[in-house]
Design a protein around this ligand. Structure first.
Ligand SMILES: *[C@@H]1O[C@H](CO)[C@@H](O)[C@H](O)[C@H]1NC(C)=O
Ligand SMILES: *[C@@H]1O[C@H](CO)[C@@H](O)[C@H](O)[C@H]1NC(C)=O
Ligand SMILES: *[C@@H]1O[C@H](CO)[C@@H](O)[C@H](O)[C@H]1NC(C)=O
Ligand SMILES: *[C@@H]1O[C@H](CO)[C@@H](O)[C@H](O)[C@H]1NC(C)=O
Ligand SMILES: *[C@@H]1O[C@H](CO)[C@@H](O)[C@H](O)[C@H]1NC(C)=O
Ligand SMILES: *[C@@H]1O[C@H](CO)[C@@H](O)[C@H](O)[C@H]1NC(C)=O
Length: 439
């Protein structure tokens, strides 16, 4: 009884503390109307102000640190290196990565946050960075989270913020430019849709301190306000020492929404003009949410969402193109995903490639409406298999192979829909075992 009273007292105390936090007045986001419209500085010349930052002070966290709930371990690590084909990439170093389900990456403060399309990036030394889309982003600041144990636990690590007042950094995507790009080494790139009341902007930010601080480096494309000739949903790809940014584009009067790309060999100079990637012959159809996987035959698979004019999110399907040239895919044929069970991926999808599964490896695609994944081991040809996962379904859910364990697959998801709230959860599954079970 005494124990129960103690627990009750503790509970009431926690409630009181919590209520005090809730009563804290929210800082008002900056009002875009009060500032003159912003124009990006000329991109012809390398701006000296946005070069490598001299100070690498840790930024003040803009949020309460998130308690990380302990996930459910599903398996003990049993490294079983296999003999290698000379054609295969070098064997990764095994560090005994465990599999687990539903580790909490981030827990929003309240149910106003509908967190979708989380994106992670494998960094040196087995660390992982993560970002996600939050329309109710606090103080127009994008939090960057980090895990140093393959996604098992997560901490607030850095932030990115626009210099333009009131511009929220949405739909983020991270890319580590390992080695050198554009004269810089080990630069972490961040592409976002920087959104204010009047415009959408595909902006690039760069970090030279492994994702703690980010500096604005380039505005790739400008569109109208959300819903009016907007741009959005950027996805980065580094290939042949060139950077390509894919994005959804509503600016062309011939298409309700198509996918465009722009590319550059140097961050500060020589960006090409917008080139079509996928555009429907029906004016009112919409294409968007592009993601790209490099295949071992030097081809690139570009997956995207196709919504017919009458479509809602649940009616949209996933299509893909295969191209040898990621900057020139406009004329490649649009392919359907046909699965052996007849189930088709729907909603925003994300594609990746894992070297597990023979010479072709495995193409893995997650959609937004099933907790299964879709896999293909024939370089995108023929039917796809549906493989069960331990992760829940989520809008714009991401699939990535961790850097140091070829058997595993990291699945990261947030809310199921744009109107529901949920934590960002990370699962690490034994892909090798799941593929064998599905064979
Ligand atoms: C909001 O941003 C401003 C400027 O970057 C900063 O001074 C302030 O502390 C931030 N507020 C919160 C609650 O994060
Ligand atoms: C870039 O990162 C790699 C991997 O951590 C490291 O080996 C290399 O020394 C780094 N290069 C520079 C110039 O920092
Ligand atoms: C790599 O990770 C280990 C263990 O977390 C840490 O002790 C070490 O300082 C890290 N090295 C670098 C270069 O970040
Ligand atoms: C929506 O459009 C597609 C093709 O454009 C068509 O197959 C489908 O029947 C339409 N659905 C409705 C409910 O009209
Ligand atoms: C690899 O892909 C090619 C092309 O689709 C296919 O012909 C071949 O059977 C695949 N190999 C394996 C081992 O699945
Ligand atoms: C992980 O969470 C999802 C809900 O988001 C649930 O459907 C699933 O069963 C959980 N997985 C495990 C192994 O507990």
């Amino acid at each position: 009884m005494r124990f129960v009273v103690f627990i009750l007292a503790l509970f009431l105390f926690v409630c009181a503390v919590r209520a005090q936090w809730d009563d804290d007045p929210d800082e008002d986001p900056d009002d875009p109307e009060e500032d003159p419209p912003w124009r990006p500085t000329s991109t012809r010349r390398r701006p000296t102000s946005t070069r490598r930052p001299t100070q690498t002070r840790r930024p003040t966290p803009t949020q309460q640190p998130t308690p990380t709930r302990r996930p459910t371990p599903t398996r003990a690590p049993t490294p079983t290196p296999t003999p290698e084909d000379p054609e295969d990439p070098p064997e990764p170093i095994f560090t005994g990565v465990d599999t687990f389900a539903n580790a909490t990456m981030y827990q929003p403060d309240d149910t106003a946050h509908h967190l979708t399309s989380p994106r992670t990036e494998n960094m040196p030394n087995n660390t992982v960075l993560a970002v996600w889309n939050d329309l109710e982003q606090i103080n127009s600041t994008l939090p960057i989270y980090r895990s140093t144990n393959n996604g098992f636990s997560w901490y607030a690590h850095g932030t990115a913020k626009s210099k333009v007042a009131g511009r929220r950094l949405l739909e983020p995507h991270l890319l580590l430019a390992e080695g050198s790009f554009s004269g810089d080494t080990n630069m972490t790139l961040l592409a976002v849709n920087a959104v204010d009341a009047k415009s959408t902007n595909i902006e690039l930010y760069a970090s030279w301190d492994q994702g703690v601080t980010f500096e604005f480096v380039h505005c790739v494309a400008e569109g109208g306000a959300v819903g009016a000739k907007a741009v959005g949903e950027p996805h980065l790809l580094l290939h042949d020492k060139r950077l390509t940014v894919y994005y959804s584009d509503q600016r062309d009067g011939q298409h309700a929404q198509k996918i465009s790309q722009q590319s550059a060999a140097d961050m500060w100079d020589g960006w090409g003009t917008a080139i079509d990637v996928a555009a429907s012959s029906t004016l009112s159809d919409q294409q968007g949410m592009a993601s790209v996987a490099k295949l071992p035959n030097k081809q690139y698979l570009i997956a995207f969402e196709s919504s017919p004019s009458n479509g809602t999110n649940s009616a949209s399907i996933t299509n893909f193109k295969i191209t040898a040239s990621p900057e020139n895919a406009a004329t490649e044929r649009i392919r359907d995903i046909v699965s052996t069970t007849g189930v088709k991926p729907q909603g925003a999808s994300f594609v990746t490639w894992s070297l597990i599964g023979g010479a072709n490896g495995t193409i893995i695609l997650s959609d937004s409406v099933t907790n299964s994944i879709f896999v293909n081991q024939a370089l995108g040809e023929g039917p796809w298999k549906v493989v069960a996962t331990t992760a829940g379904r989520a809008l714009g859910r991401e699939v990535r192979a961790p850097a140091n364990d070829r058997r595993a697959l990291r699945i990261t998801g947030g809310s199921e829909g744009k109107t529901t709230s949920a934590d960002i959860l990370v699962s690490s599954m034994d892909l090798e075992k799941a593929l064998l079970a599905a064979a």
